[in-house]
Design a protein around this ligand. Sequence first.
Ligand code: SAH
Length: 348
Amino acid sequence: MDLIGIIDKLKKERDLSDSEWKALLETEDAEVFSYLSSCAREIRESIYGKAVFIRGLIEFTNYCKNGCYYCGINCKNTNADRYRLTDEQILACVREGYELGFRTFVLQGGEDPYFTDDKIVSLVRAIKEMHPDCAVTLSIGEKSEESYRAYFEAGADRYLLRHETASPEHYKKLHPENLSWDNRMNCLKTLRKIGYQVGCGLMVGSPYQTMDDLIADLRFISGFKPDMCGIGPFIPHKDTIFKDEPAGTLQMTLKLLSIIRILVPDVLLPATTALGTIDPTGREQGLKHGANVVMPNLSPTNVREKYSLYDGKICMDSESAECIKCLAARVATAGYEIVVDRGDHKNA
Ligand code: SAH
């Protein structure tokens, strides 16, 4: 198969036949790989130039009522040392982040019933009052339409909810019975309807993931046209039933980053911490393959270790200021530049 021709077709049509998708996903041909990433870079630079947007990640609770099989903070893990940040601690992270040039804050956590809608609403309001020029992103899982509306009305701008897999059968192999693929997908639609900038995404190489599943993911992403798309390798966590499963690979993650850039040209695409965890230069390489966002950790250093979704997570003990310095240098080696900007989606 002429894989270079297939990549050109992908640029025009944003979809391929099953056999073309398979061939592209399976190839290890260096020339094809380099053409794919150069297409992705060209598209990214034509839209976003050399800018890399930063998002300050605040991991504000590791309590979770869900039992996702892959996740280290799932409710069944009795070894997890649970914590919640206070409002004051969260706002202190925001204040510090603002000084360091962050204009987007991502509040991420497990699905923690302690944080009622009222609590989330007042947190969002407090951040927006403190810094009206900043965007607030929530990543707190599946909620009702009413809850999502309340957060939006309080000022939340964006919502990250990885779809995890576009295949309902695969979803069942990663989640317990009480969690449903339909509900997660409906949440994404609801978020979009309300007016959020919405992010979906998946883990590369999650247990039981097949080529067909990945093709379904890519078709879903191409059709849904998310504003953001979070993809990173699956990495096993020692206290989960997937502890002995292999991690996703650097090569496949980079390939998918490039493909997603081609499918959704203006998407905000992070080079994730998980990518930096499986390879010391993973995030730099991600940026060279079409990613244009990095999400450094602003959480207090004493809780970082506890927000352990997978083993080996990087940046555990460096202070936020050091983190951003180190990251700025990494971004520069990739030929890009961190900007002080909300970094909204082009159509927002
Ligand atoms: N509770 C929120 C936030 C989840 S954590 C929610 O449900 O959306 C954010 C993402 O981390 C998850 O969506 C998942 O894709 C990823 N993740 C969880 N466990 C992981 C692991 N073991 N390896 C890599 N990524 C993981």
